[in-house]
Design a protein around this ligand. Structure first.
Ligand code: ADP
Ligand code: MG
Length: 143
């Protein structure tokens, strides 16, 4: 199943993140793929809001995963952009998160495809400058 949503402002992208998170169930894994500056953080902020997390979300660049426990469900926010070796995922005990009861969102998941679960929701954000500076094509696919 593939769904395509087009947005034309950061607010719309945030709103989509909020909606997907508000419908998320325990154990669900989302991957978030897209180039730098495309809107992954914007999406993630909406997503955290949709899980009713009040804290500000900051990118877990040096820790790989950041855990938020104050929302409707635990939220495991991964950013694997700087990962050097897949073993770093074992070191942080990624399985406890990804196969746990919270909701996982993995930015740059295309770098760790070997260890993704069998099923997940893949979110891809792309620009298309021909359609405007603020245009984003967001593809949601159930893997
Ligand atoms: P990333 O985390 O993918 O590197 P950010 O979310 O930090 O990207 O930045 C996205 C930038 O693009 C922000 O400055 C945001 O205001 C801008 N922007 C413009 N249009 C959109 C849109 N439709 N959706 C998301 N962000 C947008
Ligand atoms: Mg970001």
């Amino acid at each position: 199943m593939i769904e395509v949503i087009e947005t034309n402002s950061p607010e719309e992208t945030e709103k989509l993140g909020r909606k997907l998170a508000s419908e998320a169930s325990p154990g669900q894994v989302f991957t978030l793929i897209g180039d730098l500056g495309v809107g992954k953080t914007v999406f993630t902020q909406g997503f955290a809001d949709g899980l009713e997390i009040d804290e500000a979300i900051c990118s877990p660049t040096f820790t790989i995963v950041q855990v938020y426990d104050t929302g409707r469900l635990p939220f495991y926010h991964f950013d694997v952009y700087r990962i050097g070796d897949i073993e770093e995922m074992d070191e942080i005990g990624y399985e406890d998160y990804i196969y746990g009861d919270g909701v996982s969102l993995i930015e740059w998941a295309n770098l760790i495809t070997d260890i993704l679960p069998e099923h997940y929701t893949q979110v891809t954000i792309e620009k298309n400058l021909e359609k405007g500076f603020d245009y984003r094509k967001i593809t949601i696919e159930q893997i």
